[in-house]
Design a protein around this ligand. Structure first.
Ligand code: SF4
Ligand code: FES
Length: 354
């Protein structure tokens, strides 16, 4: 039996920009959702993580904003099935926990040096160079139908996040800031050679030149090729027949429309549409059916199934959207919100009676 350094605990700190890199490197541990990245429940156990040490390290190295952290310890492992990614064995002091911050090892640092793209997202906002984080964000937004921009642009209440340094923001607000920076960069005439938009414009311009169509269509077509991540969706969303929601049990939460920013809930005498945005700083909580609560991954705020805050730093309950029925179909209007602390949850259109 050899002794090796293995990962026993892994977590994600604030600042995730939802780029998907960690899940690609280690899908057993990381799960990227529409708006955040979480550690899968199974990976809360040290024994689960140990054999995945190599890919967890890879994920941490691939993370463009270095928010993946882990602890390691020395442990005995079988000689028969070493993994290529495992670090070399060190003199044994077996099973002595070593709380090692997940900073790149020398080899990892060299790997990063080969990847100038791996720089901080915050720095990118003031840097003329192409920011891999923005590129990753745009890719992610494009593959998710633009949700990265849609969810944030309408739901962050004030301009506070625009004035705050990106590094200080929670993931979702940071994401909105990065989208805005990317949009601004795409309008900069000098950005053509250094941004995603510029790359597309340049490439298309050459194609146009080669085919005799003229380079003049390049920029226009390049813009056409840009993912339109800040397009606002229609605030009125049809979410299916009312019957579907009447059949829910009291206390049940329907997450079918979470990608559109809505949790449908069933109370004794009504159904209501909850806004999924955490009222602390705008992250997206997770619904935990076993605990019957929403839990925000950013700073730990918790809400009961009907949206009442009961733990963590959030100062107020989740908001509810306007809800109405049209020909037996439930329609949620996200342009109108109702706040419990203002006594608005009993107002007309803040719920549908059952
Ligand atoms: S930013 Fe880091 S933690 Fe977030 S999805 Fe990308 S790799 Fe994972
Ligand atoms: S954003 Fe801070 S707890 Fe949700």
């Amino acid at each position: 039996m050899a002794t090796k350094e293995v990962v026993t605990r892994v977590w994600i700190e604030e600042g995730c920009i939802v780029c998907d890199a960690c899940e690609a490197a280690c899908p057993e541990v990381f799960q990227v959702t529409e708006d955040s990245c979480i550690i899968r429940p199974a990976a809360m156990a040290a024994e689960f993580n140990k054999p995945l040490t190599g890919s967890i390290r890879d994920a941490a190295e691939e993370c463009p904003v270095d928010v993946i952290k882990f602890e390691t310890m020395m442990a005995e492992v079988s000689d028969e099935a070493p993994t290529a990614a495992d670090p070399p064995a060190e003199p044994a002091s077996a099973k002595v926990p070593a709380a090692v911050p997940a900073k790149p090892k020398p080899a990892a640092a060299a790997k990063k040096a080969d990847k100038p793209a791996a720089k901080s997202a915050a720095a990118a906002l003031t840097d003329d160079e192409t920011d891999p984080a923005i590129a990753a964000l745009l890719r992610a937004a494009a593959t998710r139908g633009g949700n990265a921009g849609i969810l944030r642009s309408g739901d962050i209440d004030s301009d506070e996040w625009r004035r705050t340094a990106a590094a200080q923001l929670p993931p979702d607000a940071r994401q909105a800031k990065l989208v805005e920076a990317a949009k601004k960069a795409s309008k900069d005439p000098d950005a053509g050679r250094r941004t995603v938009a510029g790359g597309a414009a340049l490439a298309v311009g050459w194609v146009a030149f080669g085919t005799g169509l003229g380079v003049s269509i390049g920029p226009a077509f390049g813009r056409f090729m840009m993912p339109n991540v800040l397009e606002e969706p229609d605030p009125r969303i049809r979410i299916g027949p009312k019957k579907r929601y009447l059949e829910m049990a009291v206390g049940e939460v329907n997450e079918d429309y979470k990608p559109q920013g809505i949790w449908m809930i069933r109370l004794d005498d009504r159904i209501a549409a909850l806004n999924i945005i955490c009222t602390h700083l705008g992250c997206i909580p997770n619904w935990l059916p076993n605990d019957k609560k929403y839990k925000c991954p950013c700073h730990g705020s918790g809400y009961t199934f009907d949206g009442i805050n009961f733990e963590g730093p959030t100062p107020r309950p989740l908001e509810r959207f306007k809800i109405l029925e049209e020909g037996g179909i439930v329609v949620v209007d996200k342009s109108k919100k109702y706040q419990h602390e203002l006594g608005q949850w009993d107002q007309k259109d803040s719920f549908l009676p059952v």
